[in-house]
Design a protein around this ligand. Structure first.
Ligand SMILES: C[S@@+](CC[C@H](N)C(=O)[O-])C[C@H]1O[C@@H](n2cnc3c(N)ncnc32)[C@H](O)[C@@H]1O
Length: 277
């Protein structure tokens, strides 16, 4: 399945890119949001597109990236978009074990230089595993799953996504979630967030927002997990209290029924947009 950009219209409306402006896409992916921004900023605009997988750059390092390669004029950006998490391409064709529906090497990192999940699983204690699955996956059977993975690792380490999915399926009750989601959904999400330090990266970016975006510049962040959305919400609120930000989205914008029907990935998406003051 090709990647359909989530909440595209709402994101572009919020960012309101103008001709000749300088924008940053911190999560380029298949370039859906970038393409729409390019059309608005035009041939004289500038777009810096990075992706941890494709360009090897982490958006958490944006202040350093801008310092090393200052865009023409050496200015901060007029706008920044982040569309967090994993892309449809990464799930479907990356061959790196992001999906429990495929039997691939259990790597699950956006950047191949990071430590793969199959290695991480050999190092974590049962309690650490439990905490990760519980916190990042909000998985009610975290204890059973952690025990099953830990015991399996002591015998024959898990090497593929298919093997991990089986270990998880065997550890939970047969009617898990009444069949609504695959039993491995939450654990896979948790391990991906942990392996890629997704919350730390987002927090570093939020801390440095004013080094990246100039006063008057806009930021749009699409998150897919309640912990991510909470981070964005709290940072925005604190900046606003300090008189450093105007928030455009009192409540996060979510996808319409029609969009969810066309693109199930948009179901859990939450968009927050703000302006740096
Ligand atoms: C949901 S996709 C973005 C899709 C894109 N907006 C589009 O319309 O095609 C998220 C992308 O962010 C990348 N990514 C995840 N964490 C990152 C990070 N810390 N720094 C840079 N890119 C990251 C992933 O590799 C993935 O390609």
């Amino acid at each position: 399945m090709t990647h359909i950009p989530v909440l595209l219209k709402e994101t572009i409306e919020g960012l309101n890119p103008q001709p000749e402006e300088f924008f940053i896409d911190g999560t380029f992916g298949a370039g859906g949001h970038s393409q729409a921004i390019k059309e608005k900023i035009g041939a004289n605009g500038k777009l810096l597109a990075i992706d941890w997988e494709k360009t090897g750059e982490n958006f958490a390092d944006l202040p350093e990236i801008l310092e090393k390669n200052p865009p023409a004029g050496g200015t901060k950006a007029d706008g920044l978009i982040l569309d967090l998490g994993v892309s449809s391409e990464q799930l479907d064709i990356s061959g790196r074990g992001f999906s429990f529906l495929r039997d691939e090497p259990l790597l699950m990192t956006y950047n191949p230089k990071e430590e793969p999940v199959r290695q991480i699983l050999t190092e974590l204690t049962e309690v650490e595993l439990f905490k990760i699955i519980k916190e990042y996956g909000e998985e009610r059977y975290a204890r059973r799953i952690a025990k099953a993975i830990y015991e399996r690792e002591r015998g024959q380490p898990i090497l593929t996504s298919g093997e991990l999915a089986k270990v998880i399926a065997n550890a939970v009750p047969k009617n898990y979630e009444r069949g609504r989601i695959h039993p491995a959904t939450r654990t896979f999400q948790a391990l991906r967030i942990y392996a890629n330090r997704e919350l730390e990266n987002l927090e570093r970016l939020l801390q440095n927002l004013r080094q990246i975006i100039k006063p008057g510049g806009r930021v749009a962040i699409i998150s897919f997990h309640s912990l991510e959305d909470r981070l964005v919400k709290n940072y925005f609120r604190d900046y606003r209290k300090q008189g450093k930000m105007e928030i455009f989205t009192k409540k996060p914008i979510q996808a319409s029924k029609e969009e969810i029907q066309k693109n199930p990935r948009s179901r859990s998406a939450k968009l927050r947009v703000a302006k740096i003051l």
